[in-house]
Ligand binder design. Structure first.
Ligand code: AHR
Length: 530
C-alpha cells in the first residue's frame, strides 16, 4: 500500500515537472544540416542610423563641453556602448531630415556654419555636426559611413558634389575643399542612398514613383561618373502603407532602376498600441512576408536587367524598430522627439526581426536599426550618463555571434493564430495564422553552429529536441538568455532588469540535445559540430 502511495505521489511530481508542457502540446523539434545553406550573412545587417532628430546627434553621440565627452565632442560612454554593438555601418544624416538638408551647410570651420530651420522635426539645426564630424565618428566607432542624398529639395548636381567632396582624391573644387578642411585623403564613402521615403506625402519634396525614379536614375548616373564603385540604395516603400500603393511603388522603383541600384530600401516600424502581446510578437512575420514579395519582384526584374558584372539587386531593411509610444504630435517634435522607452516584449520583437534577416540572408544584405542613441534607440543618454535599453541586448548578441552561413532549418513548433490588428501607428492591418511559438534562425561558421530562438509563448516553456543531421555535437554548448519575470520590464540608469545572462552549459548526447526554452525569452545556443 505504502509503495503504491509513493508511486502515485511520484507520478504527480513527474506530471507537475514535465506534464504541463507536454499536455498543452508545447514540445518542438529543430533540425539542422550544415550543408543546407540559405546564403552568406552580410555583416551590413548589423547597421544603424544617426539622424539630425531630437537628441540623436546633439546630446546623444555628440555633446561638446560635457565632462563625459572627449576633445572631439563625442560622448565617450555612448561611443563605448556603440562599439559594443559592432555596428557595421551607420546611415546619416536622415531620415526625413535629409530631404531638406544641404550638405555644404555642415562642412568647414564651425564658426562659419549657418544655422537653419529644421522643418522635418521642428528644431534649429546649428550645423555644428556635419559630414566631417560624421566621418570622424564612424572611424572612432569602427563603422562604415553610409550617406543619404537629398532627393527632395536637393538637386542631382548637389548629390554629385557631395560624392566629389567625399571620394575624389584631388583636383576638382569640392575635393580641394575637403583638403582645405583638413582631410587630405578622401573619405571613400561606399554606400549612398538616393533619398529617403520618397513615397511619403510627409516627405519634403515628395514625388510619385515615376518622377522619383527619373530623378534617382540621373542622380545615380552623376554619382557613378564621379566615383564608379559606390553602392546605391533606392527608396522603396516606407512602412508599406496601403494608401501609398506599396507594390506599385516597389515594382516601379525596381523596374526603372534595375540596372543601376544595388539595394532597394524598405522601412518597417511596429508597435503594440492595443497591448496585445501575441499580436505584437507576430509582427516580424509580416516583415518576412514583405521580404518575400519584394524578392519576387526583384527575381522577375533581374531576368530583364543589364547589370554587367554587378551582383543582383538586394533588399536593405533600411529602417526598422518598435516605435509607437513616442508617436504623438507632442512627442514627435523638438529636442526630446521620439524618446521611446523599451521593455522585454520589444526586445523579443527585435530578436524576431534579426531572425528574419538571418533566415533570408540570400536577399537581405543590409539592415539599419532606427536609430542609434536616444531617438527610438538601444542607447539612452542624459547629461549624467547612459544606459542600455532592452533592445540593445538582442542586437549585441547577433552582431557578435551570428555570422557565416545562414542555415535552412526544419522547425516543428506549436503555433497560434492572431486576430486582425494594426501593426502599429500609421501601419496596415494584418492577421497572422500559424505563428510558431518558437521563432528560430541559425548560422554556421568555422565549425560552430549558433542558434537563436525566441520563445513567443507568454506562459509556458517549450521543450525542444535540437538535432544535427550532418554530424554530431563535439563539445558542450554555450547558452545565453535574454528574459525577465515581467514582459513589461524596462531598464533605466543603473538598472538592468533586461540583459543577457549566461546559463549553464548544455551537454549534448551525440547529435541531439534537449532544451526547454523559457516563456517569453530569447536564447542563443552556440557549439561546435563535427
Ligand atoms: O526614424 C524616424 C523617421 O522614420 C525617419 O526620419 C523617417 O525616414 C521614418 O519615417
Amino acid at each position: 500500500m505504502k509503495k503504491r502511495v509513493i508511486n502515485y505521489f511520484g507520478f504527480i511530481v513527474l506530471f507537475c515537472l514535465y506534464g504541463s508542457s507536454m499536455v498543452s502540446g508545447q514540445n518542438a523539434r529543430i533540425k539542422f544540416d550544415t550543408d543546407r545553406i540559405v546564403g552568406e550573412v552580410d555583416k551590413n545587417i548589423y547597421g544603424n542610423f544617426v539622424e539630425h532628430l531630437g537628441r540623436c546627434v546633439y546630446g546623444g553621440i555628440y555633446e561638446p563641453g560635457s565632462k563625459l565627452s572627449g576633445p572631439d565632442g563625442f560622448r565617450k560612454d555612448v561611443l563605448e556602448a556603440v562599439k559594443g554593438l559592432n555596428v557595421s555601418l551607420i546611415r546619416y544624416p536622415g531620415g526625413n531630415f535629409v530631404s531638406n538638408y544641404h550638405w555644404l551647410d555642415g562642412v568647414g570651420p564651425k564658426n562659419e556654419r549657418v544655422p537653419r530651420m529644421e522643418l522635418a522635426w521642428a528644431r534649429l539645426e546649428t550645423n555644428e555636426f556635419g559630414t566631417d564630424e560624421f566621418i570622424r565618428y564612424c572611424r572612432a566607432a569602427g563603422s562604415e559611413p553610409y550617406l543619404s542624398v537629398n532627393m527632395g529639395t536637393g538637386t542631382i548636381e548637389e548629390a554629385q558634389r557631395w560624392v566629389e567632396y567625399c571620394n575624389v582624391k584631388e583636383g576638382p573644387y569640392y575635393a580641394e575643399l575637403r583638403k582645405k578642411h583638413g582631410f587630405s585623403e578622401p573619405f571613400n564613402v561606399k554606400y549612398w542612398s538616393l533619398g529617403n521615403e520618397m513615397d511619403g506625402e510627409w516627405q519634403m519634396g515628395h514625388l510619385n514613383a515615376e518622377d522619383y525614379t527619373k530623378k534617382a536614375l540621373e542622380a545615380a548616373k552623376l554619382m557613378r561618373l564621379t566615383s564608379p564603385d559606390v553602392k546605391l540604395v533606392a527608396a522603396g516603400s516606407s512602412n508599406y502603407r496601403p494608401a501609398a500603393d506599396p507594390d506599385l511603388w516597389n515594382r516601379t522603383t525596381i523596374n526603372n532602376l534595375k540596372n543601376v541600384i544595388d539595394y532597394i530600401a524598405l522601412h518597417m516600424y511596429v508597435g503594440n498600441p492595443d497591448n496585445n502581446y501575441y499580436n505584437f510578437l507576430s509582427t516580424p512575420l509580416v516583415m518576412e512576408q514583405r521580404t518575400r514579395i519584394v524578392k519576387g519582384m526583384i527575381d522577375e526584374a533581374m531576368q530583364k536587367a543589364d547589370r554587367g558584372t554587378r551582383p543582383p539587386l538586394y533588399i536593405a531593411w533600411d529602417e526598422y524598430n518598435v516605435w509607437y509610444r513616442a508617436r504623438t504630435t507632442e512627442t514627435m517634435k523638438g529636442t526630446r522627439a521620439l524618446e521611446e522607452r523599451y521593455d522585454l516584449e520589444d526586445a523579443l520583437v527585435i530578436g524576431g526581426f534579426l531572425n528574419v534577416f538571418i533566415r533570408n540572408a540570400d536577399i537581405i544584405k543590409m539592415a539599419n536599426m532606427a536609430q542609434l542613441v536616444n531617438v527610438i534607440a538601444p542607447i539612452f543618454a542624459e547629461e549624467k550618463g547612459m544606459f542600455r535599453q532592452t533592445i540593445y541586448f538582442p542586437l549585441e548578441l547577433f552582431a557578435k555571434y551570428m555570422h557565416g552561413k545562414s542555415l535552412d532549418l526544419f522547425v516543428d513548433s506549436p503555433a497560434y493564430n492572431t486576430d486582425e490588428f494594426y501593426l502599429g501607428l500609421g501601419e496596415a492591418k494584418t492577421k497572422q495564422s500559424n505563428v510558431p511559438y518558437l521563432d528560430v534562425s541559425a548560422t554556421y561558421s568555422n565549425g560552430e553552429v549558433v542558434l537563436c530562438v525566441v520563445n513567443r509563448h507568454k506562459d509556458n516553456p517549450v521543450r525542444t529536441d535540437i538535432i544535427c543531421q550532418s554530424g554530431e555535437f563535439s563539445d558542450v554548448l554555450k547558452v545565453f538568455e535574454i528574459n525577465a519575470s515581467d514582459i513589461k520590464a524596462t531598464n533605466d540608469f543603473g538598472v538592468e532588469n533586461v540583459r543577457t545572462v549566461s546559463k549553464p552549459d548544455l551537454k549534448p548526447g551525440g547529435n541531439m540535445v534537449t532544451y526547454s526554452f523559457p516563456a517569453h525569452s530569447l536564447t542563443m545556443i552556440r557549439g561546435k559540430v563535427k
